[in-house]
Design a protein around this ligand. Structure first.
Ligand code: PNS
Length: 164
């Protein structure tokens, strides 16, 4: 059975992530979405909320598991029997960071390969960071996240009322 792992912060899940998950599912038998616990970034959503967001969107997908992880990604990947790490690649700006991570991970665990999915053009500009920034400033972000995530964002970051 081909098991792959798709790690990330998912704070929050975007349509870009959803697209990478859907396409990754075509390449493996089971996909484990691994939500990082120990990210240094200040998170808007708790790990449990981020897990729920993925589970809500993929409630009908029996081949998908969503879990939190901490510590080294390659250790977690090996502990769940995944031999492939899936990552999405957007703009050129992603490349250097991803190249470093992929090579570091391969040095740490030569049996775990990293595979990249090129972002589809519709989501090329979408990132969790921009989603949070635009939403916090009252911009419409419905085109960049699943409806369930949009509802959570609206709750967490109520649109600012226009000054009277
Ligand atoms: O969505 P992100 O924030 O780009 O995901 C980054 C993530 C969580 C995949 C990366 O930070 C990670 O793997 N963290 C776990 C700790 C680890 O293994 N660090 C060494 C990576 S070379």
């Amino acid at each position: 059975m081909r098991r792959a792992i798709y790690p990330g912060s998912f704070d929050p899940l975007t349509n870009g992530h959803v697209n990478v998950i859907e396409r990754s599912l075509r390449l493996c038998d089971r996909l484990i979405v691994a939500v990082a616990r120990n990210i240094s970034k200040t998170a808007l959503f708790s790990v449990d909320e981020r897990i729920e967001m993925v589970r809500e969107v993929f409630a009908d997908e029996p081949r998908l598991e969503v879990h939190a992880f901490e510590g080294l990604l390659v250790d977690y990947a090996q502990s769940v029997g995944a031999h492939v790490i899936m990552r999405g690649l957007r703009a050129v700006a992603d490349f250097e960071y991803e190249y470093q991570m992929a090579n570091m991970n391969r040095t740490l665990a030569p049996g775990v390969e990293t595979a990249f999915i090129m972002a589809d053009p519709a989501n090329f500009y979408v990132s969790s960071r921009l989603v949070k920034e635009v939403a916090s400033l009252g911009g419409d972000i419905a085109h960049a996240v699943p409806p369930t995530v949009f509802a959570r964002l609206a709750q967490r970051l109520p649109t600012r009322q226009a000054a009277p």
